[in-house]
Design a protein around this ligand. Structure first.
Ligand SMILES: [Zn+2]
Length: 302
């Protein structure tokens, strides 16, 4: 087994990261851990493993946590507090500070994170942990903690994000705030898409990695996997992209967090462009005004 690496998939939600992470992790050297940022930050009961059990009922995650607890002086709750401090978007400026590695709290965060990922690597017998947390800040925090991070900035057409996120925000907020005009959700989503992608671009300049368009990996997974394999120094990753193109079943293992497709059993490559039929002229106008300039840089015309 090679030295531990983290393959971090960063960018906005709803970009196909769960399926991509799982498809890459069909390679025995890679293990899909899921959205680790959610695992360490949220209430345990919200976490369901891909095996169908809550994480505290899943034998793999229980063994991981118990082994990790023997190697660290921090409780899980204290570790969660530190993750919250260093991995949130607002932590970004402090993550760039040259003095960060000297901070006692950051040293605790760094040691506990390294131990956690090392335990995951040993128990999964994989040298590459695939973390689909998306938040660019977590990738930077892990890198500053001394972890070898390869950062994949995954992008998908911003109109698709607007569609998915609007529906999510609408459900979450509209009942409590019925006076909110719909355009407010669209403006918020377009600005969020800008912010997360700009942060991901900044992290890309600081960490080894690559930018990958959802539409490209769906069309030619072997080429996308070859690029990622080159960065990870995993020679035969392209073969798994080719199997994906030919309809191989993708299994989700013991991933925590991520798209709910992971709880529905094995999946196959299936491009999703249903958002195109739902986008309204007003949504498109708001997106083009606020995020079109960035979308064009990724090759998405308005
Ligand atoms: Zn499990």
């Amino acid at each position: 087994m090679g030295a531990l690496k983290v393959l971090y998939i960063g960018g906005t939600s709803f970009s196909g990261s769960t399926f991509l992470g799982a498809a890459l992790s069909q390679h025995p050297q890679l293990f899909l851990a899921g959205e680790l940022i959610g695992f360490v930050r949220h209430h345990p009961r919200t976490h369901k493993c891909s095996c169908g059990r809550l994480y505290h009922e899943c034998s793999f995650w229980q063994e991981t946590l118990q082994t990790w607890q023997r190697k660290t002086s921090l409780s899980l709750e204290d570790y969660r507090t530190l993750c919250d401090r260093y991995e949130r978007i607002r932590a970004y400026p402090s993550l760039l500070s040259p003095g960060l590695p000297k901070e006692a709290a950051f040293r605790q965060y760094a040691a506990a994170s390294r131990a956690f990922l090392q335990v995951l690597s040993e128990l999964s017998q994989s040298s590459v942990i695939v973390d689909i947390s998306k938040y660019p800040t977590r990738a930077l925090a892990l890198s500053r903690a001394g972890i070898d991070v390869v950062f994949v900035h995954l992008v998908k057409n911003g109109l698709a994000y607007l569609d998915s996120n609007t529906r999510r925000l609408y459900v979450r907020h509209y009942e409590d705030n019925p006076w909110w005009p719909r355009w407010r959700f669209w403006v918020r989503s377009a600005l969020e898409w800008d912010l997360i992608n700009l942060l991901a671009m900044d992290v890309s300049r600081r960490l080894p990695g690559l930018r990958l368009r959802y539409e490209d990996y769906i069309t030619d997974p072997a080429a996308a996997f070859a690029r990622i394999g080159q960065r990870l120094e995993v020679d035969d990753l392209a073969d798994y992209g080719d199997r994906l193109r030919r309809g191989a079943e993708i299994h989700f293992g013991h991933a925590l967090g991520g798209n709910l497709i992971r709880l529905r059993g094995p999946a196959r490559l299936s491009p999703n462009s249903s958002w195109r039929s739902r986008i309204t002229p007003t949504q498109r106008a708001i997106y083009c005004l606020l995020a079109g300039w960035l979308g064009k840089r990724y090759g998405y015309p308005c």
